[in-house]
Design a binder for this molecule. Structure first.
Ligand SMILES: [Zn+2]
Length: 328
């Protein structure tokens, strides 16, 4: 069992076991005028979904991130369908499955739909996703047939097999302004941050910034990340005059909380690059981020951060070689 496995599976399993509401639909909330958030979920018996947003313009709707292809995606499709407005496009912030997993269902429901994303899913299909498939191939036969765990990971395998059906139709390699449904959106492309290509979106009308997994709680998730690239992207976000930031996982935050997050992120990188003991760096993160982290999430957050420091953040970490000069 290699390290990606640990992080993707065990990490999320710990996370799922300690957080999240009972098994029911999430309630969508209005976070700004014409911007509806369908919060992601973390539950013991389900794989997680990232936050999704529905932006309403005069001529139609835009969806940002489609969940994992499961109940979250179903709920999102229902919300769009019930609105009576046409869906004019989907934007994916990055290629993690909890953000693009619903793309195939969206394409099926709205044939010809435009899906805007950085084209780096292609690299991931031959690398990160291929690794995950191999791990599931080995893991699935060890699970009891029909058990909830077997069903859950079989669903993951089925999702991975959708391959290019999860891909964008309109690749974005450079930052641009999109007018969709009558709404003007600034789409920023940042490379080698959380993934090879991340999109973050600024809506100038409401000054809402949609950050994808560039901001996540309780800790930043480094599984496919380049720490320095990510740091530079957080600097760019800080220079944007947003009123509210919607993270990839967790509740929307104002500029002050984002500033705390960025400071804690920078300190984590500095601490990990020094000779300071790993535990001290972890303590530092949780001391600084305390107001934003639920107590129940701290234990698994500490485990994850320890793993990320060794595998992705330290100057000689193997993940750094892979994700900062990415070829696979
Ligand atoms: Zn995510």
């Amino acid at each position: 069992m290699n390290r990606i496995w640990f992080s993707l599976m065990s990490g999320l399993l710990i996370l799922a076991a300690t957080a999240g509401p009972a098994n029911s639909d999430q309630s969508s909330v209005d976070v700004a005028s014409g911007i509806q958030l369908l919060p992601g979920q973390l539950q013991a018996d389900r794989s997680p979904d990232g936050n999704s947003l529905i932006l309403r313009g005069e001529e139609g709707l835009v969806v940002i991130d489609t969940g994992r292809g499961n109940e979250h995606t179903r709920q999102l499709i229902d919300l769009v369908s019930e609105s009576g407005l046409p869906l004019v496009g989907v934007i994916n912030t990055h290629w993690h499955l909890d953000h693009i997993g619903g793309n195939a269902r969206f394409k099926q429901r709205w044939p010809g739909l435009h899906i805007y994303a950085h084209p780096s899913l292609d690299t991931a299909l031959g690398g990160f996703h291929a690794d995950y498939r191999k791990q599931l191939d080995a893991y699935l036969p060890t699970l009891a047939e029909g058990s909830p765990e077997q069903q859950r990971y079989q669903a993951e395998m089925d999702l991975l097999k959708q391959d290019r059906k999860l891909a964008e139709t309109d690749p974005l390699r450079k930052s641009t302004t999109l007018t969709l449904g009558g709404r003007i959106l600034e789409v920023h492309v940042s490379e080698h941050s959380v993934t090879e290509g991340d999109l973050w979106i600024f809506d100038p009308q409401t000054r809402t910034l949609i950050a994808g997994d560039l901001v996540t709680l309780p800790v930043p998730m480094f599984d496919s990340a380049c720490p320095e690239g990510w740091k530079r992207t957080l600097d760019k976000i800080a220079a944007t005059r947003f009123r509210q930031l919607v993270p990839g996982h967790g509740a929307p935050m104002g500029p002050e909380n984002f500033s705390t997050y960025r400071e804690a992120f920078n300190r984590l990188l500095e601490c990990s690059a020094s000779n300071t003991d790993k535990q001290t760096c972890i303590n530092q993160w949780f001391a600084q981020m305390k107001p934003m982290i639920a107590q129940a999430d701290e234990a698994y957050g500490r485990t994850l951060l320890g793993y990320y420091i060794d595998q992705f953040i330290r100057p000689d970490a193997p993940g750094r070689k892979r994700w900062c000069s990415q070829k696979d």
